[in-house]
Design a protein around this ligand. Structure first.
Ligand SMILES: Cc1ncc(COP(=O)(O)O)c(C=O)c1O
Length: 354
């Protein structure tokens, strides 16, 4: 059998190794200068005044919502089709995650359905730029009253842009992930981006047990810190963000050329830039295709989850858009280093089911 093809391959190497070696030699493995350096690079890339780095994308969502004082009695609108952490973060604040259906073609929140789900208890919407595709931000803004907070789950959208504005800079807070399937990875990691100094300060306090800089602890917090060791891995990748994005755009174009007449291929709206966290197509015979790809040594995967099928979010009604996406979405192997020959091999198997 030919070489296996992995679903994702982080673009890390000698520069990251050297950066880690430097941190090891310094003896300061956490709470040192690399965290601040990484945060400055994130804020520059996203174009926000602040970025607070944390231990994961899930921690970023949890802390952003807590810093916004989302809590018991509040409702927070989330898409019914997303990675479960989007809704879990809401539930872990003691608030209710209100599922809203998605457009099955784009995987993104339906503004009309968002408007219909707003109640006097609605505090926020967590809008997910799923797989890196920017949410239609203006339509979302007009779907909710002005006092409803818009938070971005930009876990997979570092580098993506909505009409020129980077994802992560659209809402009151943006939540990034640096998991290995993301464009920039630290192994595990995340960040909250914002223009609001008070929000940034609250995230920083809550990620570090609740300590305030001058020694008081107004409320209990977590240890959601990210170590210097991991920030050192992220810094050289952020320096190459544009190069990494272009490499992914090239791989996406190879797939799209070969697949757009056979299956539903992903794209961004006109005027937007896709962040290409993943390359996710849709087809009727998804399960057969998935099985055949795996049998051929190709590590494909379903897209993500329909939350109303998971125990904590059952009994909120039916979500046909999320169901359709859950049944049809197929993530293909995708990395900056994916070759055109690999794309050919993957497409030759997939084409039998399309
Ligand atoms: C849309 C979305 N939100 C949140 C997360 C959580 O990020 P992490 O795995 O860094 O906790 C992910 C990660 O896969 C994601 O895809």
């Amino acid at each position: 059998m030919s070489e296996p093809i992995r679903l994702a391959r982080p673009d890390v190497g000698d520069r990251e190794l050297a950066a880690v070696a430097e941190v090891v030699a310094s003896g300061q493995l956490t709470m040192g200068p690399k965290v601040a350096e990484f945060e400055e690079a994130i804020a520059r890339a996203v174009g926000t005044a602040h970025a607070a780095a944390v231990s994961s994308g899930t921690a970023a969502l949890h802390l952003a919502l807590l810093a916004l004082e989302v809590g018991p009695g509040d409702e927070v609108i989330v898409p019914a089709y997303t990675f479960p952490a989007t809704a879990n973060a809401v539930a872990l604040c003691g608030a209710r995650a209100v599922l809203v259906d998605v457009d099955p073609d784009t995987f993104l929140l339906e503004p009309g359905a968002v408007a219909a789900a707003v109640t006097p208890r609605t505090r926020a919407v967590v809008a997910v730029h799923l797989f890196g595709r920017p949410v239609g931000w203006e339509a979302l803004q007009t779907a909710v009253p002005q006092d409803v907070l818009l938070v971005e789950d930009a876990a997979g959208a570092l580098g993506a842009r909505y009409r020129g504005t980077p994802c992560g800079a659209l809402g009151v807070a943006g939540c990034l992930s640096f998991h290995p399937r993301k464009i920039v990875t630290t192994g595990e990691g995340g960040a909250v981006t914002t223009d609001e100094a008070a929000l940034d300060a609250a995230v920083r306090r809550l990620r570090h047990h609740g300590w305030e800089t001058l020694g008081d602890m107004p409320s209990p917090g977590f240890n959601y810190r990210i170590p210097d060791l991991l920030c050192a891995i992220g810094i050289p990748q952020l320096e190459r963000l544009e190069e990494l994005l272009r490499a992914r755009e090239r791989v996406a174009a190879w797939y799209t050329e070969r697949l757009e007449d056979r299956v539903l291929t992903p794209r961004a709206d006109e005027g937007d830039r896709h962040g290409w966290q993943a390359y996710v197509v849709q087809l009727e015979r998804r399960d057969e295709a998935l099985e055949a790809l795996r049998a051929a040594g190709i590590e494909a995967q379903i897209g993500t989850w329909a939350l109303h099928r998971l125990a904590p979010y059952r009994e909120q009604g039916s979500f046909p858009g999320a169901d359709r996406a859950f049944a049809r979405a197929l993530a293909l192997p995708f990395a900056t280093t994916t070759t055109e020959a690999e794309v050919e091999r993957i497409v030759s198997v997939l084409a039998r089911y399309a």
